[in-house]
Design a protein around this ligand. Structure first.
Ligand code: ADP
Ligand code: MG
Length: 457
């Protein structure tokens, strides 16, 4: 009898055929979604309106990963959410089946192979690198040594004009109270080797723009990590008449999205030199503030943008003296919600609400520039829906829109139904996620708004 270990059980998972190896599961239980390379058998399971990722992995590792993912959640680090482990699955031919680790499918996550595609702007690549650097630094701050940083172990989500990176594979992770410089260096060395391989692979497959060099990309990651780490943890020394530098340091850290728990300030006997060292707690400065004010759960840069709009709204409506929480409520009812209502139901799977709002603000800005007038936000929302959103690809893995894997069609890979099936009358499509790198899959026509606006010009 299979056994479930779960902090948040979903009873719909219980009747599934756990006594069958994951690779042989009936295809009607699975959905084909893009994913990274994996060592283990990984499948996406659909139950009701939820999609879960299931990974068959040896016993002690499944438990280790499950607990680590829990710790990461508790510490507020962006990672996939653990749902449970299924053990005691019986045996096949006398060999016991490995446990299955279940995580919730991360909504709106973008597979890296569609982000790094020909025509992707250098700026976009640069932002992806930054997102990775922030993720690694955040993990190091809480004492997490990943041990396996790679593109396949990271998921990206949109965050205003940038990206937010999430950890997806914690199997090799270790959580310590504090990481030594040596432990961090080791982690960065592994990252370097893996990422170099990943970039080289993308390059060989024609997925990386010609002028981007894999070696240079990994070096950039290292340099940016060192800069960020220094800003987050470095000691700063200055003379007694430059006291403003204390506040500046905190401001810079907040601007990077980090909160300071403690600032260790030491002065020497004659107060000539001052030495400060921050203890940074966590990223998410702006998203926490926005959550407190409005209850909106967003990424960091989306929050920053929305908070700016909130400030402008406060000033514009003459409410500077009114309590911020009251203005926030007012803004939610008069600005945010009407913008969301302007988006037809069938287009809502294209972007998360906060991302839509951010893009509407961008759209309004472009329109105001073009027409030299103030554009009301609702007018901009309608324009955005019509000109931009309708042309973008769906990014939400909306279970209702997913193509199920159907039994009477030919699967691309019979051993891996989640890779999808062959279209009738067509050769098996080249699978961009699991195999070859000789031939580049067609780049998605439109990935972001600036590309679209440029194309419209
Ligand atoms: N919860 C999830 N949400 C979205 N994608 C996931 C999730 N879990 C796994 N994946 C996808 O499956 C791939 C393999 O999972 P991973 O845990 O890295 O397996 P392995 O340990 O075999 O490397 C990942 O690269 C990712 O694309
Ligand atoms: Mg992995």
């Amino acid at each position: 009898m299979p056994r479930f270990i779960s902090a948040k059980p979903d009873s719909r998972l219980i009747p599934l055929p756990w006594e069958t190896p994951l690779a042989e599961w009936p295809v009607d239980l699975l959905v084909a979604l893009p994913r990274g390379l994996s060592r283990h058998v990984v499948r996406f399971i659909k139950v009701g309106d939820s999609v879960y990722a299931a990974k068959e992995v040896i016993s002690h590792l499944a438990e280790h990963e499950y607990r680590l993912l829990h710790d990461l959640m508790r510490l507020g680090t962006p990672s996939v959410e653990p749902v449970g482990i299924i053990t005691e699955r019986g045996s096949v031919g006398g060999i016991p089946l490995d446990p299955v680790l279940i995580t919730r499918h991360l909504q709106f996550s973008l597979p890296y192979r569609s982000l790094f595609s020909p025509g992707v702007r250098q700026e976009t690549v640069s932002r992806l690198l930054d997102a990775m650097v922030v993720l690694i630094a955040r993990l190091h701050l809480i004492g997490f040594k990943w041990g396996d940083v790679s593109l396949s172990n990271i998921l990206f989500r949109r965050d205003a004009d940038t990206f937010a990176a999430y950890l997806v594979d914690a199997e090799t992770g270790e959580l310590h109270t504090h990481l030594s410089d040596g432990q961090r260096a080791e982690d960065l060395d592994i990252a370097r080797t893996n990422l170099y391989g990943d970039f080289l692979d993308l390059k060989t497959g024609g997925l990386l723009q010609e002028d981007l060099d894999p070696m240079q990309l990994v070096e950039t990651i290292r340099t940016r990590y060192d800069e960020l780490w220094h800003e987050l943890t470095g000691v700063e020394e200055f003379s007694g008449d430059e006291l403003g530098r204390i506040e500046n340091r905190v401001r810079r850290l907040n601007a990077l999205g980090f909160d300071v728990a403690e600032l260790d300030i030491q002065t020497d006997a004659d107060k000539e030199t001052i030495r400060i060292q921050p203890m940074v707690v966590d990223a998410g400065h702006h998203s926490r503030r926005l959550m407190r004010l409005t209850g909106l759960d967003t990424e960091e840069n989306q929050a920053r943008r929305i908070l700016n709009d909130l400030d402008t709204y406060r000033w514009r409506t003459g409410q500077s003296h009114v309590d911020e929480a009251v203005v926030a409520h007012d803004w939610l009812t008069n600005v945010f919600e009407p913008v969301m209502e302007a988006v037809p139901q069938e287009l809502r799977a294209k972007r998360e609400p906060a991302q839509i709002f951010h893009e509407v603000l961008d759209y309004r800005w472009y329109q105001a520039q073009r027409e030299c007038r103030e554009v009301p936000i609702i007018e901009a929302a309608h324009g955005y829906v019509h000109d931009v959103l309708a042309a973008l690809p769906d990014e939400e893995m909306n279970p209702e829109l997913l193509v199920p894997v159907v039994e009477n069609r030919r699967l691309v890979n019979p051993y891996d139904p989640s890779m999808g099936y062959v279209e009738e009358g067509e050769e098996p499509p080249h699978d961009p996620w699991e195999d070859g790198v000789e031939e580049a899959p067609a780049a998605p026509a439109v990935l972001d708004m600036s590309t679209l606006l440029k194309a419209k010009k």
